[in-house]
Design a protein around this ligand. Structure first.
Ligand code: BGC
Ligand code: CA
Length: 306
């Protein structure tokens, strides 16, 4: 494309106050946006057409959710992966206990120091999920691949804050972020086995603003990166150049997803995590969801075969 940089402002999609909003995921069949409250331990289902948001509280922290082929969710919790049918839980009523997750794929389940963070499904139906330490301790995290037969394959270790995985449509390339590194890396993946063959740095974001967190990819191969602490989500085109900045009235966007009927609405989660009272008073919408219409649509979500 080249030419002038495009700037836009996100508008409020849902005023809401989670502990730590994260993990937006567009479900094209239901026309709903799933998102999670990580430390609050909840999965949310937003109908952007009406603004209705349903909260399903669960019994552990949730890093991410992804869709399964039957339409249910895989929930990446503190101790591993569980299956949740969102239609069976029309929302937690006040005073009702959390849904007890049945962990079907344990991940670091004997390690209380870590939890699942960001995750996504690749075009071959394999679920990729990263872990991190609750206290952000360096190098405690690992990126795993969980195949259709639910076997677990350790792919990248020594990670600090495993984030932002986005796939090329043929499944041979993943863009991946360890927030602590400040880079978007490229993982070259063998499409047959799913094994990572090579990891190399691709987009240098270590000068900020903020640190790269969650990411999504659009139909042109543009990568949209939430800049945590940087008040913006930005697009790097297929050649890696910054071409669009979407600004927010809050400093801490955490992730983004393209959705809506035409897949051209960028939904952005944000978080109040680690903000003191004064900062929160200045940015009262921290934790709310935002949206912005964009030029290039996204791709429908891939679904876990497990
Ligand atoms: C984690 C946060 C962390 C942030 C930093 C998120 O994915 O859930 O705990 O502070 O990344 O970028
Ligand atoms: Ca994240």
């Amino acid at each position: 494309m080249g030419g002038a940089m495009h700037e836009d402002r996100a508008r409020l999609a849902l005023e809401v106050h989670p502990e730590h909003g994260e993990g937006p995921l567009w479900d094209d069949r239901r026309q709903r946006l799933f998102w999670v409250d990580v430390t609050g331990g909840a999965v949310h289902v937003l109908d952007p057409a009406t603004g209705d948001d349903v909260e399903i509280r669960v019994d552990q922290q949730v890093g991410a959710v992804a869709l399964r082929e039957d339409g249910s969710l895989v929930v990446a919790g503190e101790r591993g992966l569980a299956v949740l049918d969102p239609d069976a839980h029309p929302g937690s009523a006040a005073g009702e206990g959390p849904v007890v997750l049945d962990v079907v794929v344990p991940l670091e389940s004997d390690d209380d120091a870590t939890r699942c963070n960001d995750g996504t499904v690749d075009p071959h139906g394999r679920f990729w999920i990263g872990t991190m330490a609750h206290d952000h301790r360096p190098a405690a995290g690992t990126l795993y691949r969980v195949d259709a037969d639910r076997s677990i394959h350790r792919q990248v270790s020594g990670l600090t804050i495993s984030n932002g995985i986005a796939w090329s449509p043929d499944g041979s390339t993943a863009w991946f972020i360890d927030s602590a590194s400040g880079w978007v890396d490229v993982l070259t993946v063998d499409p047959g086995s799913g094994d990572v063959q090579r990891r190399r740095p691709a987009i240098d974001l270590h000068a900020g603003p903020g640190v790269p967190d969650g990411m999504t990819i659009d139909a042109e191969g543009g990568r949209w990166v939430a800049m945590y602490g940087g008040w913006q989500v930005r697009r790097h085109g297929p050649d890696g150049h910054l071409d669009t900045v979407i600004t927010l009235p809050v400093a801490q966007p955490t992730s983004c997803a393209l959705g809506g009927p035409d897949l051209d609405e960028l939904f952005i989660t944000t978080t109040p995590e680690n903000m003191d009272a004064a900062t929160l008073a200045e940015q009262p919408l921290s934790g709310s969801l935002f949206r912005c219409t964009v030029d290039v649509p996204g791709l429908p979500p891939d679904r876990w075969a497990g």
